[in-house]
Design a protein around this ligand. Structure first.
Ligand code: HEM
Length: 459
């Protein structure tokens, strides 16, 4: 589409300060004997670890992980500074690259500033109302087909079932493919890539997850490269075909490699986040039957007015479903932590932070701050009425990030969640085992450790 960006024009030549001495003036833990061990401990329960660090050091603290030293900034003001990025202090690319570069290079999140803006605008064509309407038709069919196969008289594990369902749907809406052995292979390659992105061993050595991830990337890249010529110049109601024909403001098409990188990235960005958030809401509706009843009543009203297949124009009528989904995203945000890297010195909370610092903001922590979310553990979708939302800091709820990199697929996410709960609650009840308490592993993307046992009897 356009010439590759020369990093020298975007980033200062020397972004070195990532040593302890550069952060000695910021509160926080001392250097660990083993950075890897410290990272493993942190990743085992990041919610607990962040709470402990915040309690010990306050809302700005230095931190050390496998990539070196940086700072964590907590709270809505920090989110606004970093995500809105008014003064172009923070690079998303340099923040995400250490995690994603080997398996998902050159996705939108790994681009900055004008280069990013241009690509984002080009891809936006695939998120306009006309293609979204077409995706919804596919989602409605796929969801109905899948749910019909779920047992009504025996317990099942919800998480693997919704993961499979989301992949099935993605084969249609992302790739324009029917579900089958090819989609299954894509799924495996792709799952390996996601796991590799958080692997502790960062080199693709034999038998490591990183190696499997790099191989998965090679497989998917070959698949896309072979398919691109068939999609150019064709119409199609899937993201892949849309990207093959999208043009930038100068009328240029994306190159094959750009399409491959955007597709790999898009599938990663969409898949586990949707799986995670729908699972969380199923869990909270199981725990809160009174809310389940309210949502079911709303769904019944929409069905009475529009029939069994949810039309695009009726999405706005599922108001309670939307508020409940937002509340689930608050309690268990699919992207619990968002990384950036400072490309200029900056100040926050009274501390001067040098250019080069890794900077993390933390939706998971912000979403539980009692000063913004009274009784934060309680599931209460009414926090998201228009009035309640208007009275809250704009960056107190950031499951989709904010600013230039705010999730491009958020309307797709709402749409799929609504289509799913519309169908599920039309037909089934959600019943959790007696006294069940969910336990979610928060990284890389939250999921229930036990797969979430659930019964879905017919209504
Ligand atoms: C509940 C589901 C989802 C959540 C919670 C979520 C969350 C996020 C977050 C937090 C970011 C910004 C990260 C950052 O600033 O560094 C992001 C970016 C992105 N998401 Fe989502 N996402 C979801 C679903 C989706 C879906 C379904 C798609 C595609 C259909 C998608 C596509 C993207 C893309 C392309 C970006 C990069 C945007 C950019 O850098 O300009 N996401 N998402």
């Amino acid at each position: 589409m356009n010439a590759p960006v020369d990093p020298a024009t975007l980033y200062p030549a020397d972004l070195s300060p990532r040593r302890f001495e550069d952060f000695a003036h910021v509160p926080g833990p001392l250097p660990a004997r083993s950075r890897t061990l410290r990272t493993i401990r942190f990743l085992a329960d990041p919610r607990k670890a962040i709470n402990q660090l915040a309690e010990a050091y306050g809302p700005v603290f230095r931190r050390q992980d496998t990539f070196g030293w940086g700072v964590t900034l907590l709270g809505p003001e920090a989110n606004e500074l970093v995500l809105f990025n008014k003064d172009r202090i923070f690079s998303s690319k340099l923040g995400w690259d250490p995690v994603l570069e080997l398996v998902f290079p050159n996705g939108l999140m790994m681009m900055d500033f004008d280069h990013h803006r241009m690509h984002r605008k080009t891809l936006s064509v695939a998120f306009k109302p006309a293609p979204m309407k077409a995706y919804l038709a596919g989602l409605n069919d796929g969801i109905a087909r899948n749910i019909a196969r779920w047992p009504a008289d025996a317990p099942m594990k919800f998480y693997p079932a919704i993961k499979q369902l989301t992949l099935d749907l993605a084969a249609g809406s992302f790739l324009g493919l029917p579900w089958g052995p090819e989609a299954e292979r894509i799924n495996r390659a792709f799952t390996d890539m996601v796991l590799a992105s958080v692997a502790i061993v960062r080199k693709p050595l034999p038998f490591t997850q990183m190696r499997r991830g790099v191989k998965g990337r090679a497989y998917l890249s070959r698949y896309f490269a072979a398919e691109i010529p068939n999609r150019r110049g064709r119409e199609g109601d899937d993201f892949f075909t849309q990207f093959c024909n999208a043009t930038d403001e100068n009328g240029n098409l994306l190159t094959d490699q750009e399409i491959i990188d955007h597709m790999n990235f898009l599938m990663m960005a969409a898949h586990d986040t949707l799986t995670s958030s729908i699972t969380s809401l199923v869990y909270y509706l199981g725990k809160n039957p009174e809310w389940q009843a309210k949502l079911t009543e709303e769904v019944d009203g929409v069905r009475a007015r529009h029939g069994d297949s949810l039309p695009f124009d009726a999405l706005g009528e599922l108001e309670l479903v939307e508020m409940a989904f937002k509340e689930a995203l608050r309690l268990i945000p699919p992207v619990p932590m968002i990384p950036r890297r400072a490309i200029k010195d900056f100040e926050f909370g009274g501390y001067r932070i040098p250019a080069g610092a890794g900077v993390g903001v933390n939706p998971m922590y912000t979403h539980m701050m009692p000063e913004h979310w009274p009784d934060p553990e309680r599931f209460d979708p009414l926090r998201f009425t228009t009035q309640m939302s208007a009275n809250r800091h704009k960056y107190a709820w950031v499951p989709f990030g904010g600013g230039a990199h705010m999730c491009l697929g958020l309307h797709f996410a709402y749409m799929q969640a609504k289509a799913f709960f519309f169908r599920l609650l039309s037909e089934r009840r959600i019943v959790l085992p007696d006294n069940y308490e969910g336990d979610f592993r928060m990284v890389p993307i939250p999921r229930p450790k036990d797969g979430l046992p659930v019964s879905l009897p017919r209504r």
